[in-house]
Design a protein around this ligand. Structure first.
Ligand SMILES: Cc1cc2nc3c(=O)[nH]c(=O)nc-3n(C[C@H](O)[C@H](O)[C@H](O)COP(=O)(O)OP(=O)(O)OC[C@H]3O[C@@H](n4cnc5c(N)ncnc54)[C@H](O)[C@@H]3O)c2cc1C
Ligand SMILES: NC(=O)c1ccc[n+]([C@@H]2O[C@H](COP(=O)([O-])OP(=O)(O)OC[C@H]3O[C@@H](n4cnc5c(N)ncnc54)[C@H](OP(=O)(O)O)[C@@H]3O)[C@@H](O)[C@H]2O)c1
Length: 503
């Protein structure tokens, strides 16, 4: 068993037969039934690649795909992760929309694997199942005080500002000084959303409760802390430069943080992104110290070589029900390899809120093995493995749940190519569905009272959100702000609108 090379769908060899379940002479031919669980980019790309593969296009069998999603809406973290002020992502959404709009992939939203449907249900109705369930949780930060009031997971805040249906509508934005831990793109998203003036976000699709919450925020200073140096950041040049576009926000850097070891020099020489970012930050440092400008009302501080030690309340306690009043870091130094070691010097910052943005983490899936450390389903090239490390026939994984929570939307295409390559390689040995009739799964969902949503339903909700944006734009014409969409947040409302002319 190895990984499967389906680098280019056009190169994949043409099929010679049907699924084994169909190959008996007396059995009429039927499509290969595949369920994909998770309609984020990884799931949609997997569905698209499967339908377009030469095995399917040039072969003598068809595929029939059902794409299941726990939310009533598709697109995963594109809808509930990507920051609202990133409109350039729209191009990707349009491309994914076109895939699902073709009509050869059936979307079934508001259906949760493990709750509404179990593995044996999928086994009964499909020849193969692909899990593309991504990651939605924060990775754990193991420092004392992380449970205090005012200590937040970045992923939770992201879910709030993106109008996730299952998180509370109110977010406590009462801190003037805030620490954000982490040096990845999520840390920059979180910091930017915290420090930006709300009116700058009004033209995005942020829900009204989010606009109101941010509008009332008393924040003056957001401090972003990386534990390594400026040449070891995980964020990317575009996202870094974006920070300087926020109105009335000064970027503050600290000369003592600009430490570079041999590995940093190598990285700057060999990696254009790192070179660009180090140059950008060094320029900001010089500009900031060269001339005193009119100070802005808010500041975004970028700190490096700070490793979090503890978060504490007003009495200095790290346990109990107190509220965050400060955070302690150990100052780090580079060790020559791009990693860091402690200096024994500690620094305190008075802050009233701490956001940890130190990475996402996957969640276990019912009846499947789980690698809790990496937050992934154990797999080889997308073939899901059992406890003994053997492939589970007919079960696959793709996207962040296959590979871990790293990488951009586009990277999930590569995951899907490999996973679909394996599935097609295994095609003749897949355990056949007991009931491949596509209507059977719908009957089961209805029998269980699952209020599933459909692609037509999503188009209705999509149009409804666009209409809300248009109505707002017309009603508030004097502001000159155009809102293309206002997201519907409560799950029940999403379902009601999606299913409004159904049954
Ligand atoms: C905060 C944040 C911002 C980002 N911004 C960008 C950006 O601007 N540009 C960029 O290129 N990349 C960005 N990324 C990265 C990008 O979002 C990921 O690369 C991509 O979404 C991973 O795709 P996925 O399909 O594996 O997972 P996801 O997008 O998480 O999709 C998984 C889907 O599976 C569903 N699911 C989970 N469990 C179940 C279940 N039990 N039953 C049914 N369905 C289930 C989920 O509801 C979800 O819809 C960002 C990531 C984060 C965290
Ligand atoms: N606009 C965009 O394109 C966009 C936006 C958001 C996310 N994304 C992508 O989504 C993926 C996930 O992003 P992410 O920011 O969640 O993860 P990430 O890129 O892995 O960054 C995690 C950051 O947290 C730090 N960290 C980890 N453990 C820590 C600890 N115990 N203490 C202090 N710091 C710690 C890491 O430092 P070390 O490096 O020292 O480990 C790193 O700086 C990335 O690939 C990202 O590019 C893209």
């Amino acid at each position: 068993m190895g990984t499967c090379a389906l680098r280019d769908v056009a190169q994949f060899p043409v099929s010679e037969g049907l699924p084994v379940s169909n190959s008996a002479e007396s059995t009429p031919k039927r499509p290969l039934r595949v369920a994909i669980v998770g309609a984020g980019p990884a799931g949609v790309y997997a569905a698209d690649i499967l339908t377009k593969s030469n095995e399917v296009k040039g072969g003598d069998f068809e595929v029939s795909i059902d794409l299941f999603e726990a939310y009533p809406a598709p697109y995963g973290l594109i809808r509930y992760g990507v920051a609202p002020d990133h409109p350039r992502i729209k191009g990707i959404v349009n491309a994914l929309h076109k895939v699902l709009d073709r009509g050869d992939i059936r979307f079934l939203g508001n259906v949760t694997y493990g709750r509404d449907l179990k593995l044996h249900d999928f086994r009964a109705f499909y020849d193969a199942v692909i899990f593309s369930t991504g990651a939605i949780k924060d990775a754990d930060l193991n420092v004392p005080g992380v449970e205090l009031e005012g200590s937040f997971g970045g992923a939770d805040f992201v879910s709030w500002y993106d109008g996730h249906p299952d998180v509370p509508r109110d977010w406590p934005l009462d801190a003037k000084e805030i620490a954000v831990i982490g040096n990845g793109n999520v840390a920059l998203d979180v910091a930017r959303m915290l420090v930006k003036h709300a009116d700058e976000l009004l033209s995005t699709e942020i829900p009204d409760n989010v606009y109101r919450g941010l509008k009332n925020s008393p924040v003056t200073d957001v401090h972003v802390f990386g534990r390594r140096g400026p040449a070891q950041v995980k964020f990317t040049p575009l996202e870094l430069r974006e920070l300087s576009h926020a109105n009335d926000v000064d970027i503050v850097l600290y000369p003592e943080d600009f430490e570079f070891d041999e590995a940093s020099d190598d990285a700057i020489r060999s990696n254009n992104q790192i070179k660009t970012m180090v140059n950008t930050m060094t320029n900001w440092l010089v500009e900031e110290h060269a001339e005193a400008e009119v100070p802005s009302s808010r500041r975004l501080h970028l700190h490096f070589l700070h490793s979090p030690v503890e978060i504490y309340d007003g009495a200095g306690n790290t346990a109990g029900t107190g509220k965050v009043a400060g955070i302690k870091f150990e100052r780090m130094q580079l060790d020559g390899t791009g990693h860091v070691k402690g200096t024994g010097e500690f620094i305190d910052y008075p802050v009233q809120a701490v956001y940890r943005a130190i990475g996402y983490h996957g969640s276990p899936l019912d009846e499947l093995e789980y690698n809790a450390k990496a937050g992934v389903i154990p797999n080889e090239g997308g073939r899901v493995l059992d406890a003994e490390g053997n492939p589970v026939p007919g079960i696959y994984a793709t996207g962040w749940i296959k590979r871990g929570p790293v990488g951009l939307i586009g990277h999930t295409k590569g995951d899907a190519l490999e996973t679909i390559g394996c599935l097609l390689e295994d095609r003749l040995t897949l355990p056949p569905a007991q009931n491949p009739d596509p209507h059977a799964i719908i009957a089961l969902l209805e029998e269980r009272g699952v209020e599933y949503t459909t692609w037509e339903g999503w188009n209705r909700l999509d149009a409804h959100e666009a209409a809300l944006g248009k109505a707002w734009t017309e009603a508030e014409a004097e502001t000159g702000v155009v809102r293309e969409r206002i997201k519907v947040v409560p799950r029940e409302e999403m379902i009601r609108i999606s299913r409004s002319s159904e049954g």
